[in-house]
Design a binder for this molecule. Structure first.
Ligand code: GDP
Ligand code: ZN
Length: 381
């Protein structure tokens, strides 16, 4: 059975399977098949005798196929991302090939890193070695908040600090609005608790280098073989260093995305958004209101957000960057364009007519242009 796109238009007897894209390389997609959700493929009658002789039913659920993308998907510009749920047709069990015929609607969608259907970010930091820098942690947290995914904060190397120091951090982070899990990859402390948080979901692994992300991956997935102590792991090599993402399968179910490109977050949010990325500010706006609707919470009178919360100075600092970003957006605004992108819910994007008077646009044209370029690169057009 051929998996080549040229003769791959739908045929009535073709077999449909459902799977998850684990890796994307050039025009090939590695798809992990699953037979959940009552797929017809659960039924051995759907396989020819020949297929069954190669893959008894009991082995099929673990099958991984290297897939191409149907010509029809290319024509409609349908991108296939890591994490995508896809319909695979014409499995060639012998050759380990297949063809992606359809991409199911995404629950979430991140562009940087490019991952579909992720539900949470596992942000890893170290309590020591390198020393924990609260400002750097704040930048990562703000970036993580901007994805609108759930944030799991994980503080590693607990073996290197005293109980008092650990509790001090716990209390600071609680004030910030986070309840981290403290672990040590070295002593295995907390790893079981962490594993339960990663089950059955797609998680994006992020954090600065040196905090133990590779060590953690190796510990969670014994045969993954990611090199410890490298600048950003083996996945960072190659041309698309910041975009290459691969999903690793956790032994208990669940997928973990290692994302070299997420290591140095740049702040590309507007002042309005920034406020929402600080739980402390969010809380204050839930219970109070600023006098001015466009309050930046800097030095305006009767502001509900200003106050003596611990990270307020960090907010002010990042506000300067957000204002600069806003100005850059305004400068780049193209009055001839009739579309603007609107972020909806969990990172989904919807295009609608642009209102020129809208003060804060959600995403820049620069970003959209980059996304288009990436799309073309991925499609190899
Ligand atoms: P990455 O850059 O985030 O991938 O960090 P690595 O996994 O390469 O780890 C950086 C260094 O920290 C290595 O020397 C690890 O052995 C060490 N390391 C990782 N986890 C722990 C831990 O829990 N405790 C201690 N003491 N060292 C750790
Ligand atoms: Zn205010």
């Amino acid at each position: 059975m051929s998996a080549s796109p040229s003769n791959s238009e739908l045929s009535p007897e073709s077999t449909s399977l459902l799977g998850t894209v684990l890796a994307v390389q050039a025009n090939f997609y590695q798809v992990q098949l699953d037979f959940a959700e009552g797929q017809a493929s659960d039924d051995p009658k759907n396989f020819s005798d020949r297929e069954q002789s190669y893959h008894p039913k009991s082995q099929i659920p673990n099958a991984k196929l290297l897939c191409t993308r149907r010509t029809r998907l290319k024509k409609i510009g349908q991108r296939v991302m890591v994490g995508d749920r896809v319909v695979v047709e014409e499995p060639d069990w012998e050759g380990g090939r297949g063809a992606i015929a359809e991409v199911l609607p995404r629950k979430t969608h991140l562009d940087r890193p490019p991952v579909a259907n992720a539900e949470q970010i596992l942000l890893v930091f170290a309590l020591a070695d390198p020393p924990l820098d609260p400002y750097q942690l704040t930048r990562f947290l703000v970036k993580a908040e901007s994805t609108e995914l759930d944030i799991r904060l994980c503080m590693n190397k607990s073996d290197l600090v005293s109980d008092e120091e650990l509790e001090e951090w716990r209390s600071h982070l609680k004030d910030w609005g986070y309840e981290p899990i403290f672990i040590s990859v070295q002593t295995l402390e907390g790893l079981e608790e962490l594993s339960t948080q990663l089950k059955g979901t797609i998680t994006i692994l992020a954090g600065p280098s040196g905090v133990g992300k590779s060590s953690l991956l190796n510990q969670l997935i014994p045969d993954v073989n990611v090199r410890v102590g490298e600048v950003s792991g083996k996945l960072s090599r190659g041309r698309h260093t910041t975009r290459h993402v691969e999903l690793f399968e956790l032994p208990d179910g669940g997928l973990l995305a290692d994302t070299p490109g997420f290591n140095q977050p740049d702040l590309d949010c507007t002042p309005e958004e920034l406020t929402q990325y600080f739980p402390e500010a969010r809380r204050r706006l839930e219970t109070g209101t600023c006098q001015f609707s466009d309050c930046l919470h800097r030095d305006e009178p009767n502001c509900a957000v200003q106050g003596d919360w611990e990270r307020y100075d960090y907010y002010l600092d990042l506000l300067e960057e957000a204002i600069a970003y806003q100005m850059q957006l305004n400068q780049q605004a193209d009055p001839e364009s009739t579309l603007k992108a609107k972020t909806k819910g969990k990172g989904q994007t919807q295009y609608e007519p642009r209102l020129e008077s809208k003060k804060y646009r959600r995403r820049s044209r620069r970003t959209q242009q980059q996304e288009l370029e990436e799309l073309y690169q991925d499609a190899d057009l």
